[in-house]
Write a protein that binds this ligand. Structure first.
Ligand code: IVH
Length: 663
């Protein structure tokens, strides 16, 4: 066949296949049979195999064409992908509306109400009508390039017709409840841990290292923003949703233009009662001011827009029976009582475990084995027991074991503490949790070092401390179950790459009680090296912002223990990063050295914004009033901090006075 005709046939097939994918995956209205679709796809593949030079990246055959990768490249967003403030009840929603009206000085405005899809947000860039790059939200500033995986999402067009030469779409990637159940059934079949909820499953799928794996999970994508150069392009949010839909994107159909708050409340109540009829999870309604010029006038706080809010639904709750109460040992040895439940379906997800936190919580709930209880599941968090509905006939009280169920070590509950702990520092359960924490995403980022692998490493004694991770070899890892050469090579590569993780991550990875991501960052920024932190006394440690006596004592105690000092030495030998560039002290501002406490609702500034502005001027914002406080900034409904301020003689100022100080 002459090339010209081949090219024409290829283009014709691609155009047809794109159109039918759109009808099937976006509109849910297929016009041809699956067999007919497959026939066209086979023909396209045949022609492309015969003419590999004519394959284009936007061909429908290329959705799963990408190669497996070793990690994801970090990419900065065109403009930050911030979050939304929440309204947890009608009063909070009314307060939001009130604030919008005040800030718009009574100017008429409309809202757009949409469903809050419970997935994860992703930005997708297009250039000359072709999908160029997809980036996860990440920390809002920088996300991960997941283009190859995003290409496998069939409701995300690879090509679109648009007059805009370059644009970006932001929206939610999610799994339907059916896809989630199917995936978990497969996980169980392969003796893998099931995902806790569709959101976690979607996150795991989007970050899978093999695009073919992402494809098998059948993610969907629903668009809600259209941007050009990081900014909104239309004058009305509603119009931009219509345009996205015309361009071929899936836009959730359940949306409403609302004249005012009453319309919003009606939309919310309607979907609160109907949420279970959907085949995907929603956790509320997102309410946005429609006019983009008005959005600009309302502006943003440090974390979220002032022109939008997430009006959350109450958590899903169901009743079931507690069949037993077991305990789980965490990485610091804490024993958490866990209710083993008669399996119950809570909004599409089968729940068999719920946390009871600690003995005090069990006493507060008055719960015993055999009781019928109300269990709550909301978003990402572990399901929890809310209250006893009916006491069981043969109920049995839970007793915290005297010995650790994993290692047999002694269990101790310190006075004044709610938690009981296994004090054996070599307890395999503690070790396993420590290793999982060390390797976790956002800590040392050792992809592939999950539950199944760590369990084997600890059980077989191959890992007795996190430092042993750096001595693992190809041969030893190949001895393990379900570890092929390819996956072993990948894990070893990721272990090697983790040596370059910056000091704050190493510090977080050590698992010092009370030193999480944020404190680790502050410590590294203040002291500049692991050795300085390890050698500092408590007083010196408290020079770091937000480090009080509890944290400083915990750090001292950690580095005081010989085994921890040995661990640090081994990690040093393994080549981990122990040095860090000290953040330059902020230039002195008008509020340098001044300590503020915020209380109540300020008329214009959101709490985060007030805090950010005080800190930018050199001041510090703390949570409670003491003799060290210089000013209490009070808004409406201030609470007990105001009484404390007057009893200590601390000056109380309002928002205009704060703004004057900031000048
Ligand atoms: S708009 C400035 N619209 O909810 C960020 N977000 O809590 C505005 N989400 O990160 C986001 N459905 O992942 C928007 N219809 C919707 C949404 C939605 C779900 C998620 C999104 C966002 C989170 C904020």
């Amino acid at each position: 066949m002459p090339t010209k005709t081949v090219e024409a046939e290829l283009e014709d097939l691609r155009e047809k296949l794109h159109h039918h994918e759109y009808l099937y995956h976006v509109l849910d209205r297929p016009e041809i049979s699956d067999a007919e679709y497959d026939r066209m796809m086979r023909r396209l593949k045949e022609l492309e195999t015969a003419h590999p030079d004519l394959v284009t990246p936007d061909s429908p055959t290329q959705r799963v064409g990408g190669k497996a990768r070793e990690g994801f490249v970090k990419v900065r967003h065109s403009s930050p992908m911030l979050s939304l403030d929440n309204a947890l009840n009608e009063d909070e929603m009314r307060a939001f509306d009130q604030r919008v009206r005040e800030l718009l000085k009574g100017e008429p405005h409309e809202y757009v109400a949409e469903l809050k899809l419970d997935g994860l947000s992703m930005a997708v860039h297009y250039e000359h009508g072709k999908m160029l790059r997809a980036i996860t939200r990440g920390d809002g500033q920088v996300g991960e390039d997941v283009t190859e995986n995003a290409r496998t999402i069939r409701s995300l067009p690879l090509r679109v017709k648009s007059k805009l030469p370059e644009f970006e779409v932001r929206g939610e990637a999610l799994l339907t409840l059916q896809a989630f159940e199917r995936l978990n059934a497969r996980q169980l079949q392969h003796e893998l841990k099931p995902f806790a909820n569709p959101r976690n499953a979607a996150a795991g799928s989007l970050r899978a290292l093999e695009p073919a794996l992402t494809a098998s999970r059948q993610l969907e994508y629903s668009a809600y923003f259209l941007l050009v150069d990081g900014k909104f392009h239309y004058d009305s949010h509603w119009e931009s949703l219509e345009e996205l839909s015309r361009m071929g994107f899936k836009v959730n159909a359940h949306r409403k233009r609302c004249a005012g708050l009453e319309d919003v409340l009606e939309f919310y109540k309607n979907w609160e009662s109907k949420r279970d009829s959907l085949n995907y999870e929603i956790d509320g309604v997102v309410v946005k001011v429609d006019s983009i010029p008005q959005q600009s006038r309302l502006g943003w706080t440090a974390k979220a827009p002032r022109w939008a809010i997430a009006f959350k639904f109450p958590a899903h709750q169901e009743q079931t029976v507690i069949e037993n109460i077991g305990v789980q040992v965490g990485r610091t040895g804490t024993l958490t009582p866990v209710a083993h439940l008669k399996a119950v379906n809570i909004a599409g997800v089968t729940v068999t475990r719920a946390t009871l936190h600690n003995e005090d919580e069990i006493a507060r709930l008055g719960v015993e084995i055999g009781d019928t209880v109300l269990v709550e599941r909301s978003g990402d968090v572990i399901p929890k027991v809310v209250r006893v509905v009916k006491q069981g006939r043969d109920r049995r009280a839970f007793k915290m074991p005297a010995h650790c169920p994993v290692c047999g070590g002694k269990i101790v509950r310190e006075e004044g503490e709610a938690a009981s702990r296994c004090i054996n520092t070599n307890c395999p359960a503690r070790l396993k949790e420590s290793v999982l924490h060390f390797a976790a995403r956002g800590v040392m980022d050792i992809d592939g070092m999950g539950d199944v692998l760590v369990d084997q490493l600890v059980t077989r004694g191959m890992v007795k401390s996190v430092a042993d991770i750096y001595d693992l070899t190809l041969d030893r890892l190949l001895e393990l179950d379900r570890m092929g050469e390819k996956s072993v090579e990948k894990v070893l590569h990721n272990i090697d790459a983790s040596r370059k993780q910056p000091l704050p991550r190493v510090l977080n990875g050590l698992g010092i009680p009370f030193v999480g991501e944020r404190t680790a960052q502050i410590l590294a920024d203040t002291f500049g090296s692991l050795d300085t932190i390890a050698q500092a006394d408590e007083e010196k440690l408290q020079e770091a912002e937000e480090v009080g006596p509890k944290v400083s004592e915990s750090i001292r105690q950690f580095f005081h223990e010989r085994r921890n000092r040995e661990l640090v030495e081994r990690l040093r030998k393994a080549g981990l990063t122990f040095e860090h560039e000290i953040k330059k002290k902020k230039a002195a501002g008008p509020l340098t050295g001044k300590v503020f406490v915020l209380t109540g609702t300020l008329p214009n500034l959101a709490r985060e914004e007030a805090k950010a502005r005080i800190e930018a001027a050199g001041g510090k914002v703390t949570g409670s009033v003491s003799k060290k406080t210089d000013y209490v900034v009070a808004g409406s409904d201030p609470g007990s901090k105001l009484d404390k301020a007057s009893s200590l003689g601390v000056p109380v100022i309002d928002e205009p006075e704060l703004l004057a100080l900031l000048q």
